[in-house]
Write a protein that binds this ligand. Structure first.
Ligand SMILES: CC(C)(COP(=O)(O)OP(=O)(O)OC[C@H]1O[C@@H](n2cnc3c(N)ncnc32)[C@H](O)[C@@H]1OP(=O)(O)O)[C@@H](O)C(=O)NCCC(=O)NCCS
Length: 167
C-alpha cells in the first residue's frame, strides 16, 4: 500500500503524488515523439496500459511518482523508486516537462526537491539515475543538482549522488 506523502516544494514548484485524474495529462506529455525517445520504454503507451501500470504502482511502497505544479498548474513529473531501505538508496527519474513549460527551471527545482525528499525525509544518503548519453539537456539538469557520472554501458550513463549531511 502506498504511504501518504504530503505535498512539498520550494515556493515555486510543488510536488504532489500523481492521482488517477492526472493520468491522461501525463500520458499525453510522455507520448510526444520528442519526449518518449528518451525513455528506455520508448513506445507510445495506451491509456489502458498506463492505467494498469498505475494500479500496480499504487500497490508499491517503494515508488513515489510526483506531479510537479507551478502557480497551481501541472508543469512536469518526476519520481523516486526502487527505494532500498536496507542499502539506503533509491533511483530517481521519470523526469518530464510539460510541452509549453520547458526551460523555466521547473525540472531543476523538482530534482533538487526530490533529492531533499530522498536524502532527508526518506533518509537515503545515496541516489542514482540512468540517462541516455545523448540526452544533454537532462544530463545538465542532473549535473547542476550534484549528480556525477559513475559509469556507462549500452548508451546509458549511470550518475550518482551521495549526501551524508542532508541539507
Ligand atoms: C530533461 C527535461 C525534463 C528538462 O526540462 P527543462 O524544462 O528543460 O528543465 P529546466 O528548465 O529545469 O532546466 C533546463 C534549463 O533551464 C535553466 N534554468 C534553470 N533555472 C531556471 C530559471 N529559474 N529560469 C530560467 N531557466 C532556468 C537551466 O539552467 C537549464 O538551462 P540550460 O539549457 O542553459 O542548461 C526536458 O527536456 C524533457 O522533458 N525532456 C524529455 C524527457 C526526458 O529526457 N527526461 C529525462 C529522462 S532521463
Amino acid at each position: 500500500m502506498k504511504p501518504l506523502v504530503e505535498p512539498f516544494g520550494d515556493g515555486t514548484v510543488t510536488l504532489r503524488l500523481v492521482e488517477e485524474r492526472d493520468l491522461r495529462t501525463i500520458l499525453d506529455w510522455r507520448n510526444r515523439d520528442e519526449a518518449r525517445v528518451w525513455f528506455k520504454t520508448s513506445d507510445k503507451l495506451s491509456l489502458d496500459s498506463h492505467k494498469r501500470w498505475y494500479e500496480r504502482y499504487l500497490a508499491k511502497d517503494d515508488d513515489f511518482f510526483f506531479l510537479v505544479e507551478a502557480d497551481g498548474a501541472p508543469v512536469g513529473q518526476c519520481a523516486i523508486y526502487d527505494i532500498d531501505r536496507i542499502a539506503k538508496s533509491a533511483e530517481i527519474g521519470r523526469f518530464l516537462v510539460a510541452p509549453d513549460k520547458a526551460g523555466n527551471g521547473y525540472i531543476t527545482r523538482s530534482c533538487e526537491e526530490l533529492i531533499r525528499f530522498g536524502t532527508r525525509t526518506l533518509d537515503l544518503p545515496y541516489l542514482f539515475l540512468e540517462v541516455m548519453e545523448e540526452n544533454v539537456r537532462a544530463i545538465r539538469v542532473y549535473e547542476h543538482c550534484g549528480f556525477s557520472e559513475e559509469g556507462r554501458s549500452d548508451g546509458l550513463i549511470r550518475m550518482g549522488l551521495t549526501r551524508n549531511d542532508p541539507r
